[in-house]
Design a protein. Structure first.
Length: 261
């Protein structure tokens, strides 16, 4: 499924047909394809919409800088084009920040919300820190960035026990446009949604890996403390891509969504 917007075409990996829509928002420098195992689990329970963010995956991009709010507006446009709202929304990492912005600004579009390994604010030094990351994203060859990414994404037992899944995610990263990766870094550096937490009305599940050092548990604790009707789950021996590392959590997500019926 493709959705045309003034800024370009948004590609959506669409599977399933029954039940309430389930919108999946992916991490930085990956794409909606990263959700493929999760989409297969939910495809007989929901209409699954896995969006490629601007410049990621098969989505196009006009080359201009964008914000997390812009990505949230893209998500809203996809739901409108699919005539699919309110939806259950799951965001992981960058996708969690996007999902948070969507739920705060367009609450009528979000039925239930899962924020995994995300944050509303990366700290007072976020702008220069993320500018440096943007520089690395655009100047260091992509394959030379993988050791850093693997270690952040997955705990060592998962990397050892599931090499095929780790390499699948790495391949998606390698295919991501470096300029879009850099622009997304700058968007995250400019994120400050702390004052919006009270605007989220959807029942919310906040999930974080205990060993996530990209968005440490304290960031998820702040999300859960600021959002009404939020529940926090800290997952032992798990790092940044928690929802991929812990497929045992997927049935409980389905229960949280009410079976997505």
């Amino acid at each position: 499924m493709n959705v045309e917007t003034p800024q370009g075409m948004l590609h959506v990996h669409r599977t399933g047909s029954a039940g309430r829509p389930l919108l999946l928002l992916h991490p930085l420098a990956l794409s909606g394809a990263v959700w493929d195992p999760v989409a297969r689990f939910f495809e007989d329970k929901a209409q699954v919409l896995a969006l490629d963010a601007r410049g990621h995956g098969e989505s196009t991009w006009d080359g201009a800088d964008f914000t997390v709010d812009d990505m949230a507006a893209d998500a809203a446009a996809v739901l409108a084009a699919a005539d699919a709202g309110p939806a259950d929304v799951v965001g992981l990492s960058m996708g969690a920040s996007t999902a948070l912005a969507l739920a705060a600004t367009r609450p009528e579009l979000v039925h239930r919300l899962v924020l995994a390994d995300g944050t509303a604010y990366y700290g007072d030094d976020a702008v220069p820190v993320w500018a440096e990351r943007a520089e690395r994203a655009t100047t260091v060859p992509r394959d030379k960035q993988l050791d850093f990414q693997r270690d952040r994404w997955f705990a060592e037992p998962f990397r050892t026990g599931h090499p095929d899944e780790v390499e699948r995610v790495c391949e998606i990263f390698l295919k991501t446009d470096s300029a879009a990766h850099g622009a997304a870094c700058r968007a995250l550096g400019g994120l400050d949604a702390r004052t919006r937490l009270g605007d989220v009305t959807a029942p919310t599940l906040v999930v974080v890996g205990e060993e996530d050092y990209a968005t440490p548990p304290a960031m998820s604790e702040a999300l859960a403390a600021g959002i009404a009707n939020a529940e926090l789950r800290v997952l032992e021996k798990t790092r940044h891509l928690s929802l991929l590392e812990r497929p045992d959590l997927w049935p409980s997500l389905a229960s949280f969504f009410g079976g997505t019926q």
